[in-house]
Design a protein around this ligand. Sequence first.
Ligand code: BGC
Length: 550
Amino acid sequence: MDPSYTRDFLWYKDAIIYETHVKAFLDTSGDGVGDFAGLIEKLDYLEDLGITCLWLLPFFPSPLRDDGYDVVDYTGVHPSYGTLKDFRRLVDEAHRRDIAVIIELVVNHTSDQHPWFQLARSAPAGSPERDFYVWSDSEAKYKGVRIIFTDTERSNWTWDPVAGAYYWHRFFSHQPDLNFDNPRVLDAILEVLRYWLEMGIDGFRLDAIPYLVERDGTSCENLPETHEVIRRIRADVERTYPGCMLLAEANQWPADVRPYFGDGDECHMAFHFPLMPRIFMALRREDVEPIQDIMQRTPAIPESCQWGLFLRNHDELTLEMVTDMERDYMVLAYAREPGTVLNVGIRRRLAPLVDNGRHRIELLNSLLFSFPGTPIIYYGDEIGMGDDVRRPDRDGVRTPMQWSSGVNAGFSRADPAALYSRPIDDPVYGYPAVNVQAQLRDPSSLLHWMRNMIRLRKQFRVFGRGSMEFLSAGNRKVLAYVRRWEEDTILCVANLSRHPQPAELDLSEFAGATPVEMLGYTPFRVIGRDPYVLTLGGYGFYWFELRQRG
Ligand code: BGC
């Protein structure tokens, strides 16, 4: 760890996070799998893009039956990706560019190949070793608890012939849940935490955090005992590495996510899961209501906390946090192609979700960058990469980064048959058409546009820290909101319709101010007492800085 490296404790509030998997970024060893050395080589690209935090998907030793979320050793790295030394070098090199690094803490479950599980299944019933996991003689325990991977699992219990008992798992049956009623489990996890923190990382995504503790007669989600575990984790981090950020993956309704911030004594950040599908719904319905409704139902959070905002990630576009009717609508609107629905969600990347519509991609990113929270970009979405719904599980959205139109998309020099995954090669989204090299050369590319937006966003702390109020635009297709923080006031107006739309805003509160359009620094008409009239092109948006006279 570089001793000269320091960070403001609230760094995550102004961050731009980039999510990627080591395996998918760049392969330098030529074995067909991306590695740490490749990621290091591409840090200049990420710095140039403007991101300030790298979120790495799991890179630990694993049988890879759940892309690394099935961990067998929490303190190592999978040999395909390099060595611990390479990982340390990555952290140092990222820090040299002022890029923070956050990693996964897969806290709810391990692989069934993990030595803890192997020990547990043969240890005597009731022993602390056996009690590392959750066992039962019958499947009736915790009856009614929902199944998450509905396409593969029929029960949250699986029979283990070695132990002669059932073990509990909220995800795949090869991922037994750890038992947080056993104090040794938390001790072991805290050791893992300290181990990585000592290597200088800046935070953890706490995977599948709502499911840590089980109790009969409950949904086994969001229990007070689970929050107690998180408070203990936070207290430990606070004592040893203040400034380390904890990001909750709690796919829950806003009111149930709110407790994961606690009184500022649980997680620093949490993903805003319900917002994401509603952005897509609002776009398809050309109606601001789903967005306004969910934002109005989003409770206030402690001053030091932050929402994590995203459009797409490495999983399916989850539809767990919508009503049945909304789910039907989303499937009809976005998942007509056979094979697109997976579990309770849609396995697509951003560009194909919006039929590769450049204006829609820009509009959605403008919301991502201007809503209250920290934006998270999924690798490849900055160039509009596509997907392949015919591949198993979520593999179709985890394909190699498309660097160039050369062999293997410039990702690897391995024999194509040796690649961990074939790059996307269809005529629209394939690497000959969509790649970084071409987009760097093309000043009108999506990549350039993203770079500019990130630069702009970083100049205004109000986006990461300010309040948000919706204004009526007198038109249900136009979303208008004001962001304020300290001296800064920004007005955002977004047209969710494919056709031009008028907007009439009551801006009398800002009378005398000049709205300066932020992409071109163009001053618009001074605001008066009368309704402020704007016209927006199809899927158009404005960001205005409201400048007071004098
Ligand atoms: C991760 C998934 C993973 C699951 C089970 C989730 O929170 O995002 O990719 O499959 O945990 O490990």
